[in-house]
Design a protein around this ligand. Structure first.
Ligand code: ADP
Ligand code: ZN
Ligand code: ZN
Length: 762
């Protein structure tokens, strides 16, 4: 049997993960050692025994064989959170093709050298008798401040340093001698930076107010919790019964918008937590708002924490530390919250599971849904997915029986109905002489709502003012000099590339032919805001898009202003349609439904359906009836038809048959190979090689299809040219094998000219 070696990292909380050490695996341990195991090893010149984590096993020492020391043994005892995460990293590396180092950096929070805010306390070290004595002495010597402190000690032996200084009037100089004499000790406590402190105080305050008002003092946490309806109850009962019977697995809750999925999640969390287990709740960043987080705090108080991408590395690290120390048992956050170091994970929930944000766009390019399934499997946890518009992927797996399917078909709030959807054909509008971006129906309804003092949302896929500028003489559009896309015009006259951020002033003449007749085409959010203000003078509007939300807290500010009724119309990109709950909104206008429909991507129909259905779900959340106006040039497209009828089944059947026929996921595995280079000749030669290798590796196999190479939808981004080769097969393992071989061949070829390759599985 060939000798085997393990790569071991010693200290995982620092950047050292890039430096694993090689150790020989003794034959007796060969079957037990895998990524994630904790092992005892001799370390350093003195061979001091230390523990480390195995991050990989191979047949090569990767180092001078004679100097490689053997592993001493496995660490006995329970599995740690870290060992689970390292094993997950290994799985991600294998499944998505990244280096182990990249995978480790993704799953293990790196400790930053950020100092935690410190809190200091003054502790009394005297016995009651000695305290009496010290007080008499202070009185005698007229040490006023000292006397106040000693008197305070009689009721409170530990006093916050702040209070000693500000309320009792002591100074650092007057405390020092007390410390030296052994009367007091000054203690420091590392206080975690708590991103939720504001929210928590707020909610606890509100809870106790409610409780008092309702006259039920103790059970303050129960106030305001709705009674589950029969559909909700059925899910909770079935889930809990299975859970208690030891049955785990993956469930998909398909519940229409506002059907009370979140209430169901909270019941499930309660149940799992009562068995001492921990819970991770993934929510797409964009929907991770004050409103959502607040609901969880109301229910679970101190046991909850959350992370989001706006937290600093230090704040994030602190929250993960709290999880490790079991100070919290529920973590809410985007994709990366999946790596919360809980040891006894019992449940993972992925809300809005169809969201694109669950797929990582840097290596390892993992999908949170699949990574969560693996992580759940490690500790026998359950995984629950929820959505009003499940991904075709998940729904297909549910139909196949791989996931358990639950459905919620009714709005949870009494008297809340799904909105009425109207589809307007924009070609007809033009024929009738309406050149405005607002159809006649939408204008009528907007006027009606303005009269009634109700709110509305206008949804547009594009930010910016006009989407682009083009020349009336030669027809050229003004493009980014670094990318193959047109520049977007903003209201302040700047033009911006939404791919690379390049910004320039609007030219006075056409850069191609010099003609002064250039003008904006298409419509962005900024322009709509201007047009609304022009069409409805005096009406108050708010705009929410990437430009208005880029600063910290921008999101919250706009949403809470709208929630407080500060504006009647909210105009925005897709970020306004995700999961927000505004009871006074009775009209949603989708200004151009088909902007997403013709994207060069097999998922564009799915995305359009999801977006429109979610947008429709924003209207009439309370007891006021809602209307949705969908303006489109393609009123007969099945994605738009299905969304208009709020009919998921109809959409799924059409979409599934299309994908089955054209061999797209989930009926086929899809490997996308993208080669990129700053030089077109280097791109041609390296992509040419990849194409040839692929043909060889495929051999005569009839179950692997190759498409391309073709130029990427946007050929040039940031001065880098990109080409793509697609491989399809129902046999996922074959695709992984081909990818692994390609990687070896690519490394061996050592292309000059700075070409790079990237693999992506769908
Ligand atoms: P979803 O997550 O499916 O969009 P939510 O859980 O946010 O739905 O519920 C929508 C609204 O209905 C919320 O305001 C929620 O408080 C309320 N709600 C949920 N379940 C019930 C119920 N059983 N009875 C009354 N109201 C409910
Ligand atoms: Zn021109
Ligand atoms: Zn650009």
């Amino acid at each position: 049997m060939p000798e085997k070696f393990a790569r071991v990292i010693i200290d995982i909380s620092h950047e050292k993960v890039d430096r694993p050490f090689s150790y020989a695996i003794p034959q007796s341990l060969e079957d037990q050692i895998k990524a994630g195991c904790r092992v005892r090893i001799p370390f350093g010149s003195g061979n001091k025994e230390r523990t480390g984590y195995v991050v990989g096993v191979s047949c090569e020492a990767g180092y001078d064989r004679d100097k490689v020391k053997p592993i001493l043994g496995l660490v006995k005892g329970s599995i740690t959170a870290e060992s689970q995460l390292i094993e997950l990293a290994w799985w991600m590396k294998e499944r998505y093709g990244s280096t182990m180092n990249q995978a480790l950096k993704t799953v293990l929070p790196v400790k930053q050298k950020v100092k935690g805010a410190e809190k200091k306390y003054v502790r009394c070290l005297l016995s009651p008798q000695d305290l009496q004595e010290a007080r008499r002495e202070a009185q005698r010597k007229k040490y006023r401040a000292r006397l106040r402190l000693l008197e305070a000690f009689s009721s409170m032996p530990v006093i916050p340093y702040e209070a000693a200084v500000h309320q009792l009037g002591l100074t650092a100089a007057s405390l020092k001698p007390l410390e030296n004499q052994g009367i007091i000790a000054i203690e420091k406590e590392n206080v975690y930076r708590d991103p939720a402190a504001g929210i928590r105080e707020n909610t606890l305050q509100k809870n106790s107010d409610c409780a008092l008002a309702a006259g039920q003092g103790q059970s303050g946490h129960d106030t305001g919790r709705p009674r589950l309806n029969p559909e909700q109850q059925a899910i909770v009962q079935d889930f809990c019964l299975r859970y208690d019977g030891g049955e785990r697995g993956i469930s998909l809750i398909h519940g229409i918008t506002g059907s009370g999925k979140t209430e169901v999640y909270m019941e499930l969390i309660d149940h799992v937590r009562s068995q001492g287990k921990e819970v991770i709740v993934l929510i797409p960043e964009i929907a991770l708002t004050y409103q959502t987080v607040m609901r969880f705090y109301k229910r679970f108080g101190q046991n909850v924490s959350f992370i989001n991408s706006r937290l600093s590395a230090g704040e994030r690290y602190d929250q993960f530390e709290r999880a490790k120390k079991k100070e919290i048992s529920i973590m809410i956050g985007p994709r990366s919250a999946l790596f919360t170091p809980f040891k006894d994970l019992g449940l993972i929930i992925i809300d809005e599971e169809h969201e694109g944000a669950y797929k990582s766009d840097s290596s390892p390019r993992y999908h949170a849904r699949d990574a969560a399934a693996f992580r759940a499997g490690q500790t026998k946890a359950s995984l629950v997915l929820g959505s009003a518009t499940p991904s075709v992927d998940s729904y297909e797996r549910a139909l196949r029986g791989e996931y358990r399917l639950y459905t919620l078909t009714q709005r949870a709030k009494k008297d809340s109905r799904l909105a009425k959807v109207h589809v307007v054909d924009l070609r007809e509008e033009l024929k009738e002489g309406n050149k405005s971006i607002f159809s006649r129906l939408l204008q009528e309804m907007m006027e009606d709502r303005l009269r009634k003092g109700q709110q509305m949302m206008l949804f547009m896929n594009r930010r910016g003012y006009s989407s682009f500028i083009s020349c009336r003489s030669c027809g050229e559009a003004v493009k980014c000099p670094h990318c193959d896309v047109t520049l977007t015009l903003h209201r302040d006259g700047r033009m911006m590339c939404h791919y690379c951020g390049y910004t320039t002033k609007k030219p006075a003449a056409c850069p191609s032919c010099g003609s002064p007749y250039i003008a904006g085409f298409g419509t962005g959010t900024q322009k709509i805001q201007a047009m609304v203000e022009e069409r409805f003078p005096g009406v108050s509007t708010l705009r929410m898009d990437l430009d208005t939300t880029s600063k910290k807290g921008g999101h919250e500010e706009i949403l809470s202003a709208f929630g407080a009724g500060e504006a009647q119309i909210l105009i925005g990109t897709q970020m306004i349609v995700k999961g927000h709950d505004f009871p006074n909104v009775t009209l949603v206008g989708v200004l151009a439904a088909d902007t997403a429909l013709y994207a060069p991507d097999f998922k564009c129909g799915e995305r359009t359906f999801q977006l429109l259905t979610q947008a429709a779900g924003r209207a009439g959340r309370d007891n006021q009836p809602g209307d949705v106006v969908i303006q489109t040039y393609a009123p007969d497209h099945y994605s738009i038809q299905a969304a208009a009828n709020q009919n998921y089944q109809m959409f799924f059947e059409r979409e599934a048959s299309f994908r089955r026929m054209l061999r797209y996921p989930p009926f086929c595995g899809l490997l996308t190979i993208q080669v990129a280079s700053g030089r077109e000749d280097a791109l041609e030669s390296s992509m040419g090689a990849v194409d040839r290798w692929t043909a060889q590796l495929r051999g005569g196999r009839a179950d692997v299809w190759v498409i391309g190479p073709v130029q990427a939808p946007v050929y040039k981004v940031n001065d880098i040219y990109r080409k793509i080769l697609y491989l399809k097969s129902e046999n996922y393992d074959i695709l992984i094998q081909i990818r692994n071989r390609l990687e070896e061949l690519w490394d061996k070829a050592g292309f000059s000219g700075g070409a790079s390759v990237q693999y992506d599985f769908t």
